[in-house]
Design a binder for this molecule. Structure first.
Ligand code: FES
Ligand code: FES
Length: 164
């Protein structure tokens, strides 16, 4: 039986009427219209559906909508838009880090969480480890890692300018 759920997605309250077992990924895409998060494996193995829930990266294909009420949900659209891109999105463009682009939103969400949690430019190994839950079928890892490194350098040089 369908029920009403109240979700907070990208800073906006949303009311959704659906079956409680519907996945968060399906709700985001079908009911709310945020289609950046992609379904690939549907089993928590590829990371293409990654969103932030209360600042933690999670696979939205593994969560039922009923588990996500009263939580802060951020999708790639909430990290930045075409008109107002996040530093990571700029870096992905700059480094040409997307081929088909299917995995890209998931990588950006995971990388955002990673960059939020560190306080110095990470090594490539550290970036690889942090993004280990995200797979790219086009195997574009070298440029993805480089883009995250570039974003980290941009982030920390901006922080230096801000804080002196
Ligand atoms: S679609 Fe969710 S982890 Fe692959
Ligand atoms: S760019 Fe195609 S799956 Fe990663």
């Amino acid at each position: 039986m369908k029920k009403t759920f109240h979700l907070r997605v990208n800073g906006v309250e949303r009311e959704v009427i659906c079956h409680p077992a519907k996945t968060l990924l399906a709700v985001l895409r079908d009911d709310i219209g945020f289609t950046a998060s992609k379904e690939c494996c549907g089993k928590g193995e590829c990371g293409s559906c990654t969103v932030l829930i209360d600042d933690q990266p999670v696979c939205s294909c593994l969560l039922m909508v009923s588990q996500t009420e009263n939580k802060e949900i951020i999708t790639c659209e909430g990290i930045g838009t075409t008109e107002n891109m996040d530093i990571l999105q700029h870096a992905f463009v700059l480094e040409g880090a997307a081929q088909c682009g299917y995995c890209t939103p998931g990588f950006i969400v995971s990388a955002k969480s990673f960059l939020n949690d560190i306080n110095e430019v990470p090594s490539k190994e550290h970036i690889k480890e942090a993004l280990g839950g995200n797979l790219c079928r086009c195997t574009g890892y070298t440029k993805i890692i480089k883009a995250v490194e570039t974003a980290a350098k941009m982030q920390f040089s901006m922080d230096e300018v801000k804080h002196g």
